[in-house]
Design a protein around this ligand. Structure first.
Ligand SMILES: *Cc1c(COP(=O)(O)O)cnc(C)c1O
Length: 361
């Protein structure tokens, strides 16, 4: 058996020790003679997984007590609906910061429920930079400000949490959660589809300040109500047990690695190695993202000629470097280098990129 280096944007690479543990205990989990998928989500064995995963996530992100942690279904895009349905007040006004593809989809969905204002947009910057904070047109009466800390398609990332005063800040952290320490107290709500940096698809992590819950729109589906989910321990209906169990193993793995300070250092190094290779290529590879907002997680680049894309990708695949095709909306190449992608995967990619350039440059 040979494992490839997987740069897929999502679902994405999982840590090998986690997959090995899943394999080892698949048929007989915790001596029950059955797999974790085949027992009740309300069994004491599964409840222990639920409890431990919440405790580990709280430790990793230093989540303050006044925040609840939820493990839900529906992906990040279901949060595009749940956030407005739960957080909009009677005036139904919210501000969104548009930095690309995912923020735009969030705006489009929120507009079904309220009066959404795009307080700043990266359109004028070719989606290659974050609009400067002093240009944002924020409404101090808005119910919340929504932003996307990392735009996964282009690889445009905020390296600081923006100051939005006392209005609750809501973040779609799908492609950056757990990649570094964050100050959770700066946020009203954080959500993330698990399939990039937390675990398998099918699970969504939500961290919400409890005082923002309890006023869900009466017309909303009951499972969309954060308060109901908090009261039910994320089990207002059957939980996605297998995804949750794998995510719990990933959280343990992160703790074993030394926590998020260590991961941040690794992630910064991995991205620097790749950007250096691009910047030193004399225009053969280009990344147009403004230097201050280059993503640590998704490194996108174009080749000097788009005709080379397919032979670049095919050659990479032949060497066991997969998942590098850029999103259809952006083209080119994208290397997603989440927590589970080891430094030697990045080294292998850089080595391939240098040889490819020598051959075709
Ligand atoms: C991948 C991604 C999503 C996708 O949402 P799903 O509903 O989980 O498919 C949303 N937002 C961001 C920033 C993403 O990277």
């Amino acid at each position: 058996m040979s494992r490839v280096f997987n740069f897929s944007a999502g679902p994405s690479a999982l840590p090998l020790p986690v997959l090995e543990q899943v394999q080892a205990e698949l048929l007989d989990w915790r001596g029950l003679g059955t797999s974790v998928m085949e027992v009740s989500h309300r069994s004491k064995e599964f409840l222990a997984v639920a409890e431990q995963s919440e405790a580990d996530l709280r430790t990793l992100l230093k989540v303050p007590d006044e925040y609840s942690v939820l493990f839900l279904q529906g992906g990040a895009q279901m949060q595009f609906s749940m956030v407005p349905l739960n957080l909009l007040d009677e005036r139904k006004r919210a501000d969104y910061i548009d930095t690309g593809y995912w923020s735009r989809l969030a705006v489009e969905e929120a507009r079904r429920y309220g009066e959404i204002s795009v307080a700043a947009s990266s359109v004028g910057l070719g989606d290659m930079a974050i609009p400067p904070r002093e240009t944002w047109q924020l409404d101090p009466q808005a119910s919340y400000v929504h932003y996307t800390p990392n735009e996964t398609l282009t690889g445009v990332e905020f390296h600081e949490v923006p100051d939005v005063g006392s209005v609750p800040l809501v973040a779609d952290m799908s492609s950056t959660i757990l990649s570094r320490p964050i100050d959770v107290s700066r946020f009203g709500l954080i959500y993330a589809g698990a399939q990039k940096n937390v675990g398998p698809a099918g699970l969504t992590v939500v961290i919400v300040r409890r005082d923002l819950t309890g006023r869900c729109s009466p017309g909303a589906p009951k499972l969309f109500d954060y308060k109901r989910q908090i009261d039910a321990g994320s089990m207002a209906n059957t939980a996605p047990t297998f995804s949750w169990y794998v995510a719990a193993l990933v959280l343990k793995w992160l703790l074993g690695m030394g926590g998020l300070e260590v991961l941040a250092e690794m992630n910064r190094r991995k991205s620097e190695t790749l950007y250096r290779c691009i910047d030193d290529s004399e225009g053969f590879y280009t990344n147009r993202v403004s230097p201050g907002c280059r993503s640590w997680m998704n490194v996108s680049f174009h080749l000097v000629s788009p005709e080379l894309d397919s032979s670049f990708l095919a050659g990479a695949e032949a060497e066991g470097l997969i998942g590098l095709k850029g999103h259809r909306a952006v083209g080119g190449v994208r290397a997603s280098i989440y927590n589970a992608v080891p430094e030697r995967a990045v080294d292998a990619l850089v080595d391939y990129m240098m040889r490819f350039r020598t051959r075709h440059g």
